[in-house]
Design a protein around this ligand. Structure first.
Ligand SMILES: C[S@@+](CC[C@H](N)C(=O)[O-])C[C@H]1O[C@@H](n2cnc3c(N)ncnc32)[C@H](O)[C@@H]1O
Length: 214
């Protein structure tokens, strides 16, 4: 179960969201995602923010959801903008995609649908999976991302869910040398934090967008 995603164009920006209670199985109802999915709705909105913009898919971006809720936890789900198909912006469609991916039978490959991958394990697995990147932890009160000198090459930004980071997550990120960055004085929703970071990166360099309508 360790086949790597295609490396022909590795993502340049990763967003990793730690879902403290988000269900690690597909046993949630599409008709009531928040209460049956352990607030996996928070993470679904992060998928939209990370991978979709108006009329396009961010081909150079990937999102990694660390799912820590339920008896199957922890599991990690990754979606690559380059190869994922049929990404829609609404929560219900993204919920259906994630539900199917988490319910897919185990095969030789981690790729359960085009561009969608599932592995057992939590944040440590997610960090190993994305390889050699510059790691940033999004934390309220940290030095402003606008002032941060960002080195080139692939970058990963780690975010908390509605509860923020627990102590174990903070310790793991610190042990991996994550640089803490903040987004200004207001605590925003995780998906909004992703939009702010995406905008900051867009302003600093070329962005790979598809012309596909989302
Ligand atoms: C809704 S917030 C979490 C709020 C939670 N009560 C806490 O104490 O962290 C979700 C995530 O978005 C990111 N975030 C939100 N506002 C931020 C800010 N102003 N600066 C940096 N990161 C922020 C953080 O990663 C946070 O864990």
């Amino acid at each position: 179960m360790t086949a790597e995603p295609p490396s022909r164009a590795a993502p340049q920006r990763f967003f990793i969201v730690v879902g403290t209670s988000a269900l690690a199985s597909g046993a949630f109802s599409i008709d009531d995602i928040p209460s049956t999915g352990g607030r996996i709705d928070v993470l679904l909105r992060c998928v939209r923010a990370a991978l979709l913009c108006s009329h396009g898919v961010r081909r150079d971006a990937a999102i990694v959801l660390v799912l820590c809720g339920g008896s199957s936890a922890p599991r990690t789900l990754r979606i690559d903008g380059l190869t994922a198909k049929f990404l829609r912006p609404d929560e219900r469609s993204l919920g259906a995609l994630v539900k199917k991916a988490l319910s897919a039978p185990r095969r030789d490959s981690d790729e359960v649908r085009p561009g969608v991958f599932v592995r057992d394990g939590g944040l440590d697995v997610a960090l190993a999976w994305i390889g050699d990147v510059t790691l940033y932890a999004l934390e309220e009160g940290a030095p402003d991302v606008r002032e941060a000198a960002m080195v080139g090459g692939p970058r990963a930004f780690v975010l908390g869910d509605h509860r923020g980071f627990d102590e174990a997550t903070k310790a793991l990120l610190a042990s991996r040398g994550a640089r803490s960055v903040g987004l200004g004085p207001v605590s925003v929703h995780a998906e909004d934090a992703i939009t702010i970071v995406s905008n900051e990166l867009d302003r600093r360099g070329p962005t790979a967008l598809s012309d596909e309508r989302a």
